[in-house]
Design a protein around this ligand. Structure first.
Ligand code: 3PG
Length: 409
């Protein structure tokens, strides 16, 4: 694959596909983690004299955090110490005029790419190449740099559509991500412990199936809704309120699949031994085997309990390789952050090589100043796809571009 060092960008127009999709609360971006992660690439391109066109998506149509990239432009400008102009257009005449007017060392950011209909479908590279987005912008662009690791599992025009038309290089972030994830996945060091939490249960089951079947993991620790599904699969009842909630969001259908994983790999998948519920507005911890378990009927489980954190912590201390994705509980509420923070801290304290990701949940790592993690991935779904053993469309596109242009074609 092409790297940034392979090209001289001076005076050339570069389309940088970043992933600045960020958590938003009350209309404001609440974490600049993905901005900071892409900064070295942006700086390199500008210092090299590129005319820089940045593109990102933000959420999906009709979701609460689906919005313009105006604030993205402001945050990026602040971090960079240089204006990144917000262009309220994607590939229309206004955007094209702005691109043509760029001077070396100047940058603009296009409107939320998912405001364009073509960008919200997943299509093969060949079809992405024929979109208006690609056809209108390609004549103005010399190089593409892809640093959107968090969207590497998406086959969309801005991510893969230019691969056969322009030399496409990976940015510094993409390179770091691929290197760290490949090391964690391919290593022979043992024990290799996977920690699967959060709400992306189906994706996590795919990871569990892949890494256990292919001998890539020695132990899996579960939490969050992934932990709920495995706990049910082990035959424990989690109370009416929790079951109803899981049914509402479509998770009960996954219990059979989790049971199959347990049937095949029983001792290698660990589930929480205690949980924390919201009892009259306060955190209350309940052992899975205690009588108080009846409180689960009326009160939602929002975190794993301290005994589980301790047990998981002991295992993580001895791990040589750790891969973790997703929170252990609703860490956004401080009283239910104990599980997530406790487990992430234990990972940070382990001397093994660790990779932690999970989209928005990595915000908690920064919020609680957790240090010592070898690689904090910007990827949530992308990281899960990688450890599921799937081919990531963006990595495939980078390969295609390299093959096409490596001899200077
Ligand atoms: C993410 O946050 O996982 C990436 O930005 C991809 O977003 P998507 O799941 O909406 O495609």
């Amino acid at each position: 694959m092409f790297r940034l060092a392979d090209f001289n960008f001076h005076g050339r127009t570069v389309f940088l596909r970043a992933d600045l999709n960020s958590p938003i609360e009350k209309g404001r971006i609440i974490s600049d983690a993905r901005f900071r992660a892409v900064l070295p690439t942006v700086k390199h391109l500008l210092e090299d004299g590129a005319k820089l066109v940045i593109g990102t998506h933000q959420s999906k149509p009709y979701k609460g955090d689906y919005t313009t990239t105006e604030e993205h432009a402001r945050i990026l400008s602040e971090l960079l110490g240089q204006e990144v102009e917000y262009v309220e257009d994607i590939f229309g005449r206004y955007a094209r005029e702005k691109i043509k007017g760029l001077e070396p060392g100047e940058a603009i950011i296009l409107e939320n790419l998912r405001f364009a209909a073509e960008e919200i479908k997943y299509k093969p590279l060949e079809e992405c190449e024929r979109t208006f987005f690609v056809r209108k912008l390609a004549p103005l662009i010399d190089y593409v740099v892809n640093d959107a690791f968090a969207a590497a599992h998406r086959s969309q025009p801005s991510l893969v559509g230019f691969a056969r038309l322009k030399p496409m290089a990976m940015g510094f972030l993409m390179e770091r991500e691929i290197k760290a994830l490949t090391r964690a996945y391919g290593t022979d060091e043992r024990p290799r412990v996977y920690v699967l939490g959060g709400a992306k249960v189906e994706d996590s089951l795919r990871v569990a199936e892949n890494v256990l079947r292919n001998g890539k993991a020695d132990l899996i620790l579960t939490g969050g809704l992934v932990g709920h599904v495995f706990t049910l699969a082990k035959g424990f009842y989690l109370g009416d309120s929790n079951i109803e909630f899981m049914e509402r969001i479509g998770l009960l259908g996954l219990v059979d699949r989790a049971e199959k994983i347990l049937d095949d790999f029983y001792p290698y998948v660990r589930t929480p031994v205690d949980f924390a519920i919201d009892y009259k507005g306060e955190r209350l911890e309940i052992d899975l085997l205690s009588d108080e378990k009846r409180l689960f009927d009326e009160h939602p489980i929002l975190d794993i309990g301290s005994r589980t954190v301790e047990k998981y912590g002991d295992i993580l201390k001895g791990a040589r390789v750790i891969v973790a994705n997703g929170p252990m509980g609703v860490f956004e509420r401080e009283e239910f952050a104990l599980g997530t923070v406790g487990v992430f801290k234990a990972i940070g304290e382990s001397s093994g090589f660790s990779v932690v990701g999970g989209g928005h949940s990595i915000a908690s790592i920064y919020r609680y100043n957790i240090t010592g993690i070898s690689h904090i991935s910007t990827g949530g779904g992308a990281m899960l796809s990688f450890f599921s053993g799937e081919k990531l469309p963006v990595l495939e596109a980078l390969r295609v571009s390299y093959e096409r242009f490596k001899d200077g074609a």
